[in-house]
Design a protein around this ligand. Structure first.
Ligand code: SAH
Ligand code: SF4
Ligand code: F3S
Length: 473
């Protein structure tokens, strides 16, 4: 059943004491740390905490592998491709270690939570000094200190290769080095209980547990007060927020409370499982002052048979009903999705169901993936007779449709004026600034870099499949 353990203040303070010890150990010359992140926003958010700890331990942050005394790789296990990239890059760090034998290499994240992967790293990636899972980010200083103490010991004792069982830890008050001064992640929950049959996330991220509303509201208030303009609420399925809390609160309630925080900012959230997206959510979004009219509503497949095999708990008709309700509440809704092509047993007819649904719904943007078998998930054991080449043909067809529709949707912006948040510099000319519409569409524009962090009106002059181009209105 539900397991949720809040880290106590005492446990957190103990970690801070470990930071002091590490600080003392590395005193004498500047030490640099690099955190390399793969995967989703949850991992990016965890990496901000890792950087927070590293700074507290006395490290200066760097982007340079050559300069680094410590490299932490925060990994993703969602598809094989992601894992291969990580292993390739970790293997290549052997060169860095040859040059700097003092280098500490840590591998964390979702890949590291898998027993088989830890074993593989233990045997074949001797460059790695420490492996830790996503449930241990809160106690990174302790693990790092132990790793430092182990170095110099012999054989298997010289490295720390373990990961805690995936229990439902909730940790408040951890230090955090945010990547941006404009956009912020705000984790509202961790883990996932949905067990979609293809997905590794519930196995590596553990059971779903929500943060308390008061803690989330306090963090949001701090972010707004600190000048953040774009806050993204994070959870694998934000729509099931609140389950297991003492408070009687659901996601739309939380959103409505957050929306009351005064200020000029945009609220976004990811991800929203279609089975739990409700009319109440759409109504709260429509009535809110700050909430972006954007929903990322992963479809995965347009075939009822495949949706059932995927354990998604909705069918095509139900999905279309939700889209219609969301659009009725918000006529300017931006809708994006994820789709998996080539799920085991998928036929051409199933694929055509996906394609027809895509043509019917017309997403603003789509993230498309070819099915990747993940050891330990039910789908990995299902017969999968369709060749990779055939799946690629379907995938390309889907991508063509996605790109055509995105291009058409983007073209419809041209000539209009939209309020955007300028969120960064592109380093390119003449469109030197990047910005986002409230619905989350990317707009390149030319302007004074001092605009970064502010809202401004932009007239859209041009568009491509992937972006809009505009000038200050
Ligand atoms: N919790 C989010 C998804 C997180 S994973 C949600 O349910 O929406 C992001 C996307 O990766 C998924 O939506 C899915 O489209 C894709 N994905 C997950 N497991 C996969 C697998 N085994 N093979 C291919 N794509 C996968
Ligand atoms: Fe994976 Fe499904 Fe959970 Fe999303 S909802 S993380 S796809 S199991
Ligand atoms: Fe990857 Fe873990 Fe996110 S598997 S997609 S980093 S939750």
């Amino acid at each position: 059943m539900y397991n949720r353990r809040e880290i106590t203040t005492q446990e957190r303070l103990q970690q801070e004491r470990f930071c002091q010890e590490i600080r003392a150990r590395i005193a004498g010359r500047p030490h640099y740390a690099l955190v390399d992140t793969y995967g989703c926003q949850q991992n990016e958010s965890d990496s901000e905490i890792l950087r927070g700890w590293l700074v507290q331990c006395g490290y200066a942050l760097t982007d340079s592998e050559e300069k680094a005394d410590l490299i932490a790789v925060n990994t993703c296990a969602v598809r094989e491709h992601a894992e291969k990239r990580v292993l390739g890059n970790v293997g290549a760090l052997a060169h860095n270690k040859a040059k700097n034998p003092e280098l500490i290499v840590c591998v964390g994240g979702c890949m590291a939570q898998q027993e088989t992967m830890r074993e593989r790293i233990r045997r074949s990636y001797r460059v790695v000094d420490m492996v830790f899972g996503p449930h241990e980010v809160w106690q990174f200083p302790q693990l790092l200190l132990e790793t430092m103490e182990r170095r110099g010991r012999r054989g298997s004792k010289s490295r720390l290769i373990a990961a805690a069982p995936s229990e439902g830890v909730v940790a408040e008050g951890l230090p955090r080095q945010r990547d941006s001064a404009v956009k912020a992640w705000l984790t509202i929950m961790n883990g996932c209980d949905n067990f979609c049959s293809y997905c590794i996330v519930p196995y590596v991220r553990g059971r779903e547990r929500s943060r308390r509303p008061a803690d989330i509201l306090a963090e949001a208030r701090e972010l707004v007060a600190a000048g953040y303009k774009d806050i993204t609420l994070l959870g694998q399925n934000v729509n099931s927020y609140g389950k297991g809390l003492e408070e009687d609160v659901d996601f739309p309630d939380l959103l409505a409370e957050l929306d009351k925080i005064p200020g000029d900012y945009v609220l976004r959230f990811m991800t929203s499982h279609p089975k739990d997206a409700t009319e109440k959510l759409f109504r709260v979004m429509a009535e809110s002052e700050h909430c972006a009219h954007h929903i990322h509503l992963p479809l995965q497949s347009g075939s009822d048979r495949i949706l059932k095999e995927m354990n998604r708990h909705y069918d095509r008709a139900k999905y279309l009903e939700k889209v219609a309700a969301a659009r009725a509440a918000m006529p300017d809704l931006v809708l994006t999705t994820d789709i998996i092509v080539g799920f085991p047993g998928e036929t051409e007819a199933d694929f055509m169901d996906t394609l027809s649904l895509v043509n019917e719904v017309r997403y603003d943007a789509m993230f498309t993936f070819i099915f990747s078998a993940r050891t330990g998930t039910p789908a990995a054991a299902m017969p999968d007779p369709v060749s990779r080449a055939e799946k690629q043909v379907w995938f390309d067809k889907l991508l063509d449709a996605a790109n055509r529709i995105s291009g058409e949707k983007h073209a419809a912006y041209v000539g209009g004026t939209y309020r955007v948040l300028v969120d960064g510099e592109t380093g390119q000319s003449p469109y030197n600034l990047s910005s986002r519409t409230k619905g989350g569409r990317l707009v390149h524009l030319a302007g004074d870099p001092a605009l970064v962090g502010s809202f401004t009106d932009v007239k859209i002059t041009d568009s491509t499949t992937w972006a809009l181009y505009g000038e200050l209105a």
